[in-house]
Ligand binder design. Structure first.
Ligand code: TYD
Ligand code: MG
Length: 454
């Protein structure tokens, strides 16, 4: 038997290094490497080609029996899950502490219990009375959720393994769980993985839907949910500002559905309330008739995010050099758009100061924002407000042409989902969404249209 080796495991991404270092080579996080006991390595005495059991190899065309999904009773939650909970599946719900993960799962658990399903809610963070108190405050006290405060995976599996397996098992959170099969404190990568593995095995064998809560951590003291992403079927992330009441639930990975659906909620005193029509929510923050503001459907990886682009122009009376200030976008690109607007569209910004801001501290690098920026600039200069129910995207070439951009379908889908019903796009764009497209070949055509010159 070989000697157990020392190893250092990044608590953020699970990468393993042979010596301690300040920064993880994989995810570039600082101070996340922690020494963990290495697994004992057995020297193999035989090769692995004999002595095993043969497994069945089958064709792709065999009959499949799709399990019935169970609705959580929360339409936005079902939507993010791809249509409800799948029996025998494991879902990881990640998010910052305090964002509302426990609240969401308690509400879903109570809904399922009220429909007569057996639900076990295991809290490793809060005492039973704390969870009860919250349930009563949310008006869920009557639901027959089976509640326990426990952190030992063995105890939990023994408990829920008795009798008929529950339809839903909630583990809040996986970082507080402890498996006695391996060493290490709860929250370390190896403990989190081992605990999750045991729980997932139970769910797959018994047909329970398993929901694991995972706190996203920045400091690396406990393992982040990323170390579990490959083990579970579905990864949901719950996002939003704690100080802001809106929350977005996204599927980052889903073996049972798409990853382009989002669920929108509002955190109120009576718990998480679904926002069925997020347009209202995103548009109420926007004044109706403001000049110089446009909405751009940006992409964060493959995930769409709507951001507002704001432009302000101030005419100078003196001959001083006008300022150009940009927050959240590339100043070189702004200079280029201004040059195209001057040279190809007959507009003059030379006596104006120009300010451009991407709202909410967001940073855009995507060239598809060109058209939204140009529209905001033209609207600011001409003091004509643009339609507030439109989104804008398209890349502007130096020739003044508006070029098609990648992922226009995703952008339009997100815009549609958030209640926008018009889009100003490159002429070649097509949409399957119920969104009215106005396609323009060149920036000059578009400017003529805004200024009513066509
Ligand atoms: P919680 O679900 O405990 O977050 P997590 O499990 O993700 O850590 O939510 C905690 C926050 O939500 C807390 O700051 C208070 C707020 N909250 C409400 O605003 N209304 C409510 O009805 C509840 C239950 C919580
Ligand atoms: Mg919680």
């Amino acid at each position: 038997m070989a000697k157990p080796k020392r190893k250092y495991v990044c608590q953020a991404c699970g990468a393993v290094a042979s010596r301690w270092q300040g920064q993880c080579d994989e995810c570039k996080e600082w101070n996340t490497l922690v020494e963990e006991a290495g697994a004992t390595v057995f020297q193999l005495k035989h090769d692995l080609q004999t002595g095993g059991l043969a497994v069945d190899l089958v064709g792709l065309d065999n009959e499949i029996s799709l399990p019935d999904r169970a609705s959580t009773g929360i339409a936005e939650f079902d939507r993010a899950l791809g249509g409800g909970l799948v029996p025998g599946s494991a879902t990881l719900l990640g998010g910052d502490p305090g964002i509302g993960k426990s609240t969401l799962l308690l509400q879903a658990a109570a809904n399922l219990a009220r429909r007569g399903l057996d639900v076990a809610y295991i809290s490793g963070e809060e005492a039973v009375d704390q969870v009860r108190l919250r349930a009563q405050r949310l008006g869920l006290g009557d639901a027959s959720v089976r509640l326990a405060a426990a952190t030992s995976v063995r105890d939990i599996l023994t408990t829920i393994g008795k009798g008929k397996p529950p339809a839903l098992v909630v583990i809040d959170s996986i970082q507080t769980m402890h498996s006695d099969l391996i060493e290490g404190a709860p929250g370390t990568v190896s403990q989190v993985r081992a605990s999750a593995q045991e729980l997932i095995k139970f769910a797959k064998q018994q047909g329970s839907a398993l929901m694991l809560v995972g706190h996203v951590t920045k400091d690396g003291n406990i393992a982040g949910p990323r170390v579990l992403e490959h083990m579970v079927d579905t990864v949901l992330s719950f996002e939003g500002e704690r100080s802001h009441q809106y929350r977005i639930l996204r599927a980052n990975k889903n073996r049972f559905g798409g990853t382009d659906e989002i669920g929108v909620f509002s955190m109120e005193s009576e718990g998480l309330i679904e926002v069925g029509n997020p347009s209202a929510l995103f548009l109420t923050d926007r004044a109706e008739q403001v000049t110089g503001a446009t909405v751009f459907p940006a992409l964060e990886g493959t995930r769409p995010v709507l951001v507002e682009i704001q432009a302000l122009t101030v005419r100078l009376s003196s001959g001083a050099t006008p300022r150009r200030a940009v927050v959240g976008w590339d100043s070189g690109r702004l200079a280029m758009i201004l040059a195209v607007l001057e040279a190809r569209c007959g507009l003059s910004f030379s006596t104006c100061e120009v300010y451009l801001n991407v709202a909410g501290g967001y940073r855009i690098t995507d060239p598809a924002a060109d058209l939204a920026v140009a529209a905001a600039l033209v609207s600011a200069l001409s003091e004509r407000p643009l339609q507030s129910d439109s989104v804008f995207f398209g890349e502007v070439a130096l020739s003044g042409e508006i070029r098609p951009v990648a992922h226009d379908a995703i952008r339009l889908k997100e815009a549609g989902k958030l209640g926008f019903d018009k889009a100003v796009v490159p002429a070649a764009s097509r949409s399957k969404q119920p969104i009215m497209l106005s396609g323009f070949k060149t920036l000059a055509n578009f400017v003529d249209h805004i200024l009513g010159r066509d």
